[in-house]
Design a protein around this ligand. Structure first.
Ligand code: ADP
Length: 446
């Protein structure tokens, strides 16, 4: 007990003892000890009830009433209760202030934030930006089913995936079809999920402008390049006198090589633009046996007997996708394997089933290999480990970017493992939904 409270307690006890002593003395004086003591005790009880009533009144009053001054136990109790009440009020005010500040922050956010109840998938709360971006209205949409409110968006499917839901990028806003949104689902507690929608309209527009620009420039470059390339091919040094021939021949050869490289660059850029402009490809059954044979032949033609090339078709299935694009992607991998493997090395093209029911096309080489630090950035446009080696080998720096895009359009992924000095393996993993049965198994060595 704190000293103040203790002294109040003893004071009250002392007062009680004094009253009883006075009652006893008066009783003895009057000759009615029992009666006077009983009256005094009754008075003490009445006084306590009166004090209790005062405390109750102050506790239940709408206004805050400060307890009266005094130093008895009831005043002490009153003071303690008043202090507790005041502390609670302060804490509540602080909490409300914090809550208001958080709400103000959430409302100031340019991104739409929606709190969703996990089990019922109903909307628990949303900020101001959710009205503009998602077309939600307060209070109408509180407790409304999220999937129903954001109907045009493929939300139901996405919510079902829950924790594993991939962000939805570039979807039209249900509130305003001109707005492009990127949506993320963040499970932040056992019962609540956060849906965050970001306005990416400007970004999408800029991205579109970039794509159009690259596509247009590449397209515009194509014709003059074809003309220059054509004339260079026609230029025949044999008409020149020997001295001029010696002087011009290496220059003409270099010009031809460079114009060829530029043509290839433009073609690769156009391919990338074409792939980027598509959300999906026209799918068909991709006959893998002839495709693998073609890849083998292409490798042989590029290698010119400098490498040992094998093709192993162990999957016995076909793929479902675009033959043309898959051929272009696999050709890029085979081309890289030949170009980045010194003479005498080996290249193995393989097609096998994966444990998950899918299939993997892999191109393994015993070439220079790739340092681990470069692996994550390999599929970026124009990313090269050694510019000189890539240029020497006739690379454009766009091959793996094309591979990544083609695989993306097939919901497949590229995996690269490599060891410097020992070689690399590029594997294209296709899901079970991309696998189609083939009539027979085949194995060929190109
Ligand atoms: P490039 O046209 O320059 O070959 P790519 O996009 O096809 O462009 O490849 C990017 C870079 O990755 C290459 O410059 C090369 O450094 C590296 N690379 C690709 N394939 C291999 C490989 N099989 N072995 C070693 N390095 C490779």
């Amino acid at each position: 007990m704190p000293p103040h409270t203790r002294s109040a307690w003893f004071k009250t006890l002392g007062l009680l003892a004094l009253v009883l002593a006075l009652a006893l003395a008066t009783g003895l004086l009057l000759g009615h000890v029992g009666l006077v003591l009983a009256l005094a005790a009754l008075g003490v009880v009445a006084w306590h009830y009166w004090k209790l009533r005062g405390v109750l009144l102050r506790l239940t009053a709408r206004r805050r009433i400060a307890p009266p001054a005094g130093d008895g136990v009831w005043n002490e109790l009153d003071h303690l209760l008043y202090r507790g009440q005041q502390e609670m009020r302060d804490r509540k005010r602080r909490l409300i202030g914090m809550l208001r500040a958080y709400r103000a922050v959430a409302d100031a956010l340019p991104d739409a934030v929606v709190v969703v109840e996990r089990n019922s998938q109903r909307i628990a709360w949303f900020n101001a930006a959710a009205t503009r971006l998602l077309g939600l209205h307060y209070p109408r949409d509180i407790a409304a089913p999220l999937g129903e409110r954001l109907q045009p968006l493929p939300i139901a499917h996405w919510l079902a995936a829950g924790r594993n839901a991939e962000p939805l990028t570039d979807t039209a806003s249900p509130g305003d079809p001109d707005l492009r949104l990127s949506l993320r689902l963040i499970p932040y507690s056992e019962d609540l999920w956060l849906l965050v929608a970001r306005d990416i309209t400007r970004l999408t527009r800029l991205e579109q402008m970039r794509r159009d620009f690259v596509a247009n420039v590449s397209h515009e470059l194509r014709t003059p390049l074809t003309v220059v390339h054509g004339y260079l091919e026609m230029l025949d040094e044999s008409g020149l006198d020997p001295a001029a021939q010696q002087e011009w021949a290496p220059m003409l050869a270099e010009m031809r090589r460079q114009s060829q490289r530029m043509t290839q660059l433009v073609e690769d850029l156009l391919t990338l633009s074409r792939l980027e402009a598509q959300d999906a490809l026209v799918d068909e059954a991709v006959a893998m046996a002839p495709l693998l044979a073609t890849l083998g032949r292409e490798a042989q033609a590029l290698s010119q007997q400098r490498h040992a090339i094998t093709v192993e078709d162990g999957a016995g299935v076909d793929l479902w996708g675009s033959t043309r694009e898959l051929h272009s992607a696999f050709s890029n991998l085979v081309g890289n394997a030949v170009r980045y493997t010194p003479a005498g090395g080996s290249i193995a093209i393989g097609f096998a089933r994966a444990a998950d029911g899918g299939a993997v096309l892999s191109v393994r080489d015993s070439g220079y290999g790739i340092p681990a630090t470069h692996l994550p950035r390999l599929t970026e446009r124009f990313y090269r480990i050694s510019t000189s080696r890539s240029r020497e080998s006739g690379g454009t720096g766009l091959g793996l970017a094309i591979v990544k895009h083609v695989l993306g359009l097939h919901q497949a992924r590229l995996e690269v493992t490599s060891e410097v000095g020992r070689g690399s393996t590029f594997s294209c993993h296709f899901g079970p939904e991309r696998v189609r049965p083939r009539g027979h198994d085949s194995w060929s060595e190109a």
